[in-house]
Design a protein around this ligand. Structure first.
Ligand code: ATP
Length: 240
């Protein structure tokens, strides 16, 4: 039973209006891993994350979490099972404060007594959010909003975190910061991470394993180190 991957995606097909975005994807994520999914615009990366968290329906194939099929489970139940999703474009509530955004993310948690500790952890990882606790989230800088999005996912206390391009739109120095923080989250308590990134160079630095997605198909997979040294990956995703 211990060999069952935390997440198993098997032969997944997702179509939008008859056009296939995912054409039979299979992948696994083991407990404690950072797995990164790299691929060009429109390859289907966000679609895969959205299918896992129950936000888009799939036509065939299966997704299971600790061996439990997610096929007919509602998105809010999937959060309760321990899968948290940081969507592309951040998905924060602009008119609520930083604190209120974090608090709202805890609604599925049964262990209300641990909330103080959860706030402490987020504020330790992101001191800038602590300083801006009472500021409306819409007035945060892009990088700070990204921190808030990751902070919200941490507040749900999930065991698997799906991160959709957390570095999008950030200056290079902030990209390194956010990637380093993701690694720290993984190392602190073994939170498992499935990381979608266009910034393949940074993602491959912290990932244990990686998959390359090309127009809805996995074209390559392996240890992150191995893919970093792969000439095809270098030419297509690491700037030669
Ligand atoms: P990016 O890096 O640009 O965000 P991605 O790899 O995350 O791209 P997806 O957003 O998953 O790619 O999109 C995969 C394909 O599915 C694209 O061709 C896109 O146009 C299409 N698609 C995504 N969402 C929808 C939708 N709601 N309706 C119709 N087509 C969609």
């Amino acid at each position: 039973m211990n060999d069952t991957p935390m997440l198993t995606v098997d032969n997944l097909i997702v179509s939008y209006n008859g056009i296939r975005a995912l054409q039979g994807i299979s992948l696994t994520v083991q407990k404690g891993e950072i797995v990164t999914l790299i691929g060009a615009n429109g390859a289907g990366k966000s679609t895969l994350l959205r299918a896992i968290s129950g936000l888009v329906a799939f036509q065939s194939g299966s997704i299971s979490f600790h061996g439990v099929p997610l096929n007919s489970i509602a998105a809010h139940k999937i959060v309760e099972m321990g899968i948290s999703h940081v969507p592309e474009g951040r998905g924060i509530f602009a008119n609520l404060t930083v604190f209120e955004n974090l608090k709202l993310a805890t609604w599925t948690r049964k262990d209300r007594e641990n909330l103080d500790e959860a706030f402490r952890r987020v504020f330790d990882l992101f001191p800038r959010l602590k300083e801006r606790k009472n500021q409306p989230a819409g007035t945060l800088s892009g990088g700070e909003q990204q921190m808030l999005a990751v902070g919200r996912a941490l507040m749900t206390n999930g065991s698997l975190m799906l991160l959709d391009e957390p570095s999008m739109g950030l200056a290079p120095v902030l990209v390194r910061d956010i990637i380093r923080t993701i690694q720290e989250i993984n190392q602190q308590d073994g939170t498992t991470i499935l990381l979608v990134e266009q910034n393949a160079r940074q993602a491959l630095k912290i990932a244990h394993r990686a998959y390359v997605l090309e127009t809805g198909v996995i074209s390559l997979s392996g240890e992150a180190e191995e893919l970093r040294n792969n000439p095809k990956v270098q030419a297509a995703y690491l700037g030669g």
